[in-house]
Design a protein around this ligand. Structure first.
Ligand SMILES: [Zn+2]
Length: 440
């Protein structure tokens, strides 16, 4: 392993001083001055390592370490430096800082790669400010909807274009952030799991085979309001009882689909009139069903609709369901999953092939290049919270794997003991810069 884990830890600590408030976690909302200060920190460190750095029109920071054959597509890696309100110090930040440490260690050891390596700090990964997540990687993958983006506003009423302007970016050029498939050979993201699976299974690393996407629906249940004291039990049309049946059926159906990793949640429930002495006449439920297997999500939906028909008959309730969004799950490149798994085996790392329940920049990058997503354990599965934590030993495993896979894809150029390259191309120029860097 090349990475210097103490240096990685120190850099994590340094960047996490930005936006930290005592006992309140870290707040670096997308495009805020704190987020931009973290990007400035990152840019400064990358420049110190001799990388060329550019910021695209969406605010993605792209730092490049030139390969010996710069015309080849770049091997990319990265994550994000923006956070939720009062977030933790690892979500996103780890992937960017581990990438920085990888570059530092490559320079220190004078490693030359054929393909250039690009390290990316993605813009606006978190939905905390504008309600939309992974905007930076969507822009890179050409998946942005400019019209709807233009209408977004944060809680203070600042529009998305205004937020971009505040950090010196021009919304009208945002589509120029799109990358061509020809420019990128592969993308790798190291991220904390943000869930309990790795910790519970005692594995050190997770390798995502796919990224789940939600299908979301709103269900409204119309019953009849009546006096809670004078209406006999068998004469009620209680909308909330109907909702309770729906929620328990949702759990049952999802449990039966557990083998596919599908999960379902009814996270919002509005009850009217919301009085202790009135039988509820109207309820709205918001339901989120996620998985990587579309047919498995569909089975749950079908079970719900069957129940709706039953509730109308049995309880006299009028039920309407509206699909709010239906996103496609992402299946990650099988070859990349296999490569990561075999690297774990070679390094003696206990790994788990798993699906990612949460969305990440990797899901957008997967549409333009082979993509790998590496997880390390999160203590108690906690994330988006100040108590988010992964130990330095856990980080070390993930960082070593990231470095290994990037090096494998970018193809380390072998140097003979005499200092000349095996390849027949004249790379004396690169050799020179390599020497200079290792002196620094
Ligand atoms: Zn993240």
């Amino acid at each position: 392993m090349l990475v210097n884990i103490n240096r990685l830890e120190a850099a994590l600590k340094e960047v996490n001083e930005i936006g930290a408030s005592k006992g309140q976690g870290i707040t670096r909302l997308a495009y805020s001055s704190e987020h931009w200060a973290a990007n400035e920190y990152f840019i400064g460190k990358c420049k110190e390592e001799g990388m060329t750095v550019r910021i695209d029109a969406c605010g993605n920071v792209i730092a490049r370490r030139e390969g010996s054959e710069p015309q080849l597509p770049a091997v990319t890696c990265g994550s994000h430096l923006d956070t939720v309100q009062h977030g933790g110090g690892y979500d996103g930040t780890l992937g960017v800082i581990a990438g920085l440490e990888m570059i530092r260690s490559l320079n220190e050891k004078g490693v030359v790669t054929r393909n250039s390596i690009e390290l990316i700090s993605f813009a606006c990964e978190e939905s905390a400010r504008f309600g939309v997540s992974t905007i930076g990687s969507k822009a890179m993958a050409g998946k942005l909807n400019k019209e709807s983006l233009q209408k977004l506003r944060d809680n203070e009423g600042v529009s998305f274009p205004e937020a971009l302007a505040a950090v010196g970016l021009d919304f009208t050029h945002i589509e120029t952030a799109r990358r061509s498939e020809k420019e990128i050979k592969a993308f790798f993201e190291l991220h904390i799991e943000q869930g309990p699976l790795l910790e519970n299974s005692g594995r050190e690393v997770g390798i995502a085979t796919g990224i789940a996407a939600p299908i979301r629906l709103e269900v409204t249940i119309q019953g009849k309001a009546s006096h809670s004291g004078t209406t006999p039990m068998n004469m009620r049309q209680d909308a909330l009882i109907g909702a309770a049946e729906i929620i328990t059926e949702l759990e049952k159906a999802a449990l039966e689909e557990a083998e596919h990793g599908t999960v379902a949640t009814a996270g919002v429930c509005d009850v009217h009139p919301g009085a202790m002495n009135v039988v509820p006449d109207w309820v709205s439920l918001k339901i989120d069903i996620r998985g990587t297997v579309i047919t498995s999500r569909q089975i749950i939906i079908e079970r719900l609709f069957k129940l709706f028909r039953g509730l109308q008959k049995r309880r006299g309730l009028q039920i309407e369901a509206r699909i709010l969004s239906d996103e496609k799950p992402v299946v990650l490149d099988k070859y990349t999953v296999r490569l990561l798994s075999s690297l774990c085996e070679a390094q003696g790392i206990a790994y788990l092939n798993m699906m990612s329940g949460a969305g990440h920049d990797a899901m957008n990058m997967a549409s333009i290049c082979p993509t790998g997503l590496i997880f390390i354990p999160s203590r108690d599965g906690v994330s988006h919270h100040k108590d988010e934590y992964s130990s330095i030993a856990q980080i070390a495993k993930g960082a070593a794997l990231l470095e290994e896979v990037v090096l494998r894809c970018a193809e380390e150029v072998q140097i003979k003991p005499s200092g000349t390259f095996k390849n027949n191309m004249d790379r004396s120029k690169h050799h020179e810069s390599r020497k200079t860097k290792s002196i620094i």
